[in-house]
Design a protein around this ligand. Sequence first.
Ligand code: EPZ
Length: 405
Amino acid sequence: MCGRMTVHGAKNAVLPMLAASVLTPAPVTVRDCPHITDVEDMLGVLRALGVEVTVTDREITVTGSPACTDIPPGLAGGMRSSVFMLGALLSRCGEVELASPGGCRIGARPLDIHFDGLERMGVRVECGDGRILCTADRLHGADIVLRYPSVGATENLVMAAVCAEGVTRIIGAAREPEIVSLVRLLRKMGADIAGEGSPVVTVRGVDELDGASATPSPDRIVAGTVMAAVAVCGGRVELSGADSSDMGAVISPFLGAHTFLIEHGGAITFESDGMLSPTDVCTGPYPLFPTDMQAPFMACQCFAAGMSSMRETVFEDRFAHVAELRRMGARIAVAGNTAFVDGSGGMRGSVIAASDLRGGAGLAVAALGAEGESILSGTVYIDRGYEDMAKMFSSLGGKISRRRV
Ligand code: EPZ
């Protein structure tokens, strides 16, 4: 693989930033948005709520006030991102109703941390018949301790707190760079927030927010996925726009005797001879190795001669790609939340199927490095988080094409 690509705004920053747009009727613009279906779905949710959405290539502007607070089941059921509407709509309208959110099938994905925090702020939460109804006469500040640094719950609680009465402290908050992007936008809108990116986030409620525009952090998972493809194929790729300051944990497992990485002027250049060393990796909340890189990096481990391990601590059921990698000849044993990968057997093309977004990305990486042709189905999952992955990898020299069936 050889070439250069631009890393655009992170899906997991753009989605909550778009949700934040309903906190004010004034225009809110999010720049450098990726062309992916999760963003399209989020725009569908916003339009269904009655706000005006304008898209100019990668720049999205949302204006107006929600005419309703009931997110249509057909939309919310399609992805978990609709959960981010909880905090924003409660802050703006005092109520929200949505279907129990969908998203990738990577575990139970409960919402107790969201609800516990919202209830401490005065929200009444009623669940039943696959619907969630949240109402609040007046949101008030509270001290909220998260039992786990949930990304979505941190984002929802921050958005619920920005115009609440008094001060909200979120203790044990998630620290992901995507949350920092959200807070940067909220601050530009007039919110009074401190501590983003640290375990304690403090929000002082203000009377109202105004319009603003902001650019999300670059997608560190897309950048890491391309690095995984370079690692298994060999080659050298420049990732323009990638921010190495956010990517420490993503980059570190790739570094070794057979790879080379330099950071230069807002870009990362990554080179590999395709001969990977075995590694032991454990996922965790930021700043640890991100769970969204688990499948793409496990694909790399399938090519590393020797025994590697991958421990998944964030989601309880995120190994669906293991069975598909085994169809390609991977020697993987799973014990509890840990996969042991013997990469000495080589990988061969096969007919494989994606069943979630990042698992699909991992399978694409494995197929790029395997001997022979693979047929990968389930691209609908991959399209949620990657812009035309086949075009992206083929532009870098990968032997991959997409066939509409
Ligand atoms: C966000 O999901 C991301 N999605 C996920 O990316 C990412 O994998 C995840 O954070 C972890 O980094 C978006 O930002 C749109 P969590 P989120 O709440 O907020 C449990 C991708 O591929 N939990 O941090 O849903 C939960 O079950 C997606 O881009 C509760 O138990 O993740 C999980 O085990 C996949 N109760 C763990 O916490 C709750 O109320 C982390 O979940 C909330 C979460």
